[in-house]
Design a protein around this ligand. Structure first.
Ligand SMILES: C[S@@+](CC[C@H](N)C(=O)[O-])C[C@H]1O[C@@H](n2cnc3c(N)ncnc32)[C@H](O)[C@@H]1O
Length: 498
């Protein structure tokens, strides 16, 4: 609801308003005038529980509806002196200046606050631009209604996004929130996750959580690094559970900020069990799992109509054949579904060996995406038979998601098209015309002109057809393309920085 129109004597120019929240429940509010201004103001007054009497010979259809449903009292006549009697607040919204003046005069005489729609300077009260988000009501007065509204919008949108800290102090949240922070890009946490993070007293963060968000927390928030760095320093799960429980038991609102989704290989279930068993309430906020979010962000569709109908997410924290592994590699190998491997970088040789032994083609295309969604993201293409060596050559390190299956060919096609669109000059048909592979140009794929590259891990791409699309030759997995997003030359055997 906008505040008063521009007028000499607005807030800020002459005197400051004393901002107050009126609790109008059951209290009489008189509204004079039944036009657009009243139509905008009455709903907010009703939300505050005001007992509204509207005086106007004519009203808008919206106000008429409210009167017909008994939510307001409508006196269908012109204003008469004495109408303000018994009111706590008067809203002078008549179209005639003189009427508003009379209402203001009567209100003043009876010590009733009066908001005048036509003359802010002559008003004893001003209506701020109001809004609300995350359980917070915001009112802004600046003397310029549009400015007030835009400040209000800025505040409410940041509140909604959780980028403004909105911690409760009186009725504080309690317990633990297990929040999935998404794969790493701070923009990929959910709005709900961000809102709860903004209310945290204590944040226990994993190393794969979007740690940039921690910098935005107020200085008094206790941030605990629970990094579980593979082969590195780590806090045990037991220590983490104890931390969550002890801080929450002391009345603090604890956010457990995790990478991806808390329940996808995230031990979120264990943490929730431990908290609930200790009598600590737990809220779970889903996150974008790296299993799907990282391939998607890298342009790798995990399903594709006509190619594959199923995908399987597998933790390779123990290799195939290990007695602790419960994964049925044989059935995964025999199927055609996309395989998405997490925690696999150091076990790729064993994975390839098992899949090929159980029936997947050694030439099945593979893509490895490291540091997905982060500025350091790298994408590399290979095949089952050479993925281990190519990852080692490229120096790819965890965290990485490995995608195995025919969808990778589609990913290469998508990457090629996107890259062409961004960088290629307009396609000129070959002299003499003609279509098809024979006459089409080969797309230079970052130093590899489309010939079979090292280890066969490249694809010939031709431009064919009237629209000049880049078309990898499908179904020939040993000859597929490694040109995603500015790959260095294929001879280096490494992938792109994107
Ligand atoms: C312990 S699991 C946690 C998965 C997480 N709960 C999720 O839903 O994404 C850690 C593994 O997730 C994958 N991962 C997580 N974040 C990643 C990222 N930004 N880029 C690539 N892989 C990632 C890696 O395979 C990593 O080893």
């Amino acid at each position: 609801m906008p505040d008063q129109p521009d007028h000499p004597g607005q807030p800020g120019e002459r005197e400051q308003a004393y901002l107050l929240g009126l609790r109008l429940g059951g209290k009489k509010v008189i509204v004079i005038g039944g036009g657009a201004v009243a139509t905008r103001r009455v709903p907010a007054l009703l939300s505050a529980g005001a007992d509204i009497t509207l005086v106007s010979p004519e009203v808008t259809p919206g106000l008429e509806d409210l009167a017909a449903s008994g939510r307001i009292t409508w006196l269908a006549r012109a204003y008469q002196p004495g109408d303000c009697a018994g009111a706590w607040l008067a809203c002078a919204c008549a179209s005639a200046h003189e009427v508003n003046e009379q209402v203001a005069r009567e209100s003043d005489a009876q010590r009733i606050w009066c908001v005048r729609a036509d003359d802010a300077g002559a008003s004893s009260a001003w209506t701020p631009a109001t809004g609300g988000a995350a359980g917070v009501q915001v009112g802004v007065l600046s003397g310029d209604p549009r400015r007030s509204a835009s400040v209000r919008d800025a505040i409410t949108s940041e509140l909604s996004a959780g980028t403004i800290s909105a911690r409760h102090w009186r009725t504080r949240r309690a317990g633990v929130a297990l929040i999935g922070g998404g794969p790493g890009d701070p923009g990929l946490i959910t709005v709900r996750g961000r809102q709860l993070l903004a209310e945290a007293d204590v944040v226990v963060a994993d190393h794969l959580a979007p740690r940039e968000l921690l910098a935005e927390l107020p200085p008094d928030v206790l941030v605990i690094d629970a990094a579980k760095i593979p082969y590195g320093r780590s806090m045990t799960q037991r220590e983490i559970n104890e931390l969550l429980i002890s801080h929450a038991a002391d009345g603090r609102f604890v956010v457990r900020l995790k990478g991806g989704d808390p329940f996808v290989f995230g031990r979120g279930g264990e943490e929730m069990l431990a908290c609930l068993r200790a009598g600590i309430p737990v809220t779970v906020v889903p996150g974008v799992t790296s299993a799907v979010g990282v391939p998607t962000a890298a342009g790798v569709p995990v399903t594709h109509r006509g190619i594959v109908q199923d995908f399987h997410v597998i933790s390779v924290h123990v290799p195939p054949g290990d007695e602790r592994s419960s994964v049925d590699w044989e059935s995964l190998a025999r199927g055609t579904g996309t395989l998405i491997l997490l925690m696999a970088v150091n076990r790729l040789g064993a994975v390839a060996e098992a899949l090929v032994r159980f029936g997947r083609a050694a030439t099945t295309p593979v893509t490895v995406i490291a540091d997905g969604t982060m500025p350091t993201q790298r994408t590399m293409y290979a095949t089952l038979e050479n993925m281990e060596r190519r990852v080692a050559d490229a120096g790819l390190r965890p965290p990485a998601v490995v995608v195995i299956g025919e969808v990778v060919t589609t990913a290469a096609e998508l990457a090629g098209l996107a890259r062409d669109l961004a960088t290629a000059p307009p396609l000129v048909p070959p002299a003499g015309g003609g279509l098809g592979g024979g006459l089409g140009r080969r797309v230079n794929s970052g130093g590899n002109d489309g010939r079979k590259g090292r280890d066969g891990a490249s694809v010939a791409v031709t431009r064919g057809g009237a629209r000049g699309r880049a078309v990898p030759r499908r179904g020939r997995a040993t000859r597929w393309w490694n040109a995603a997003r500015g790959d260095p030359p294929a001879s280096r055997g490494s992938g792109s920085r994107s």
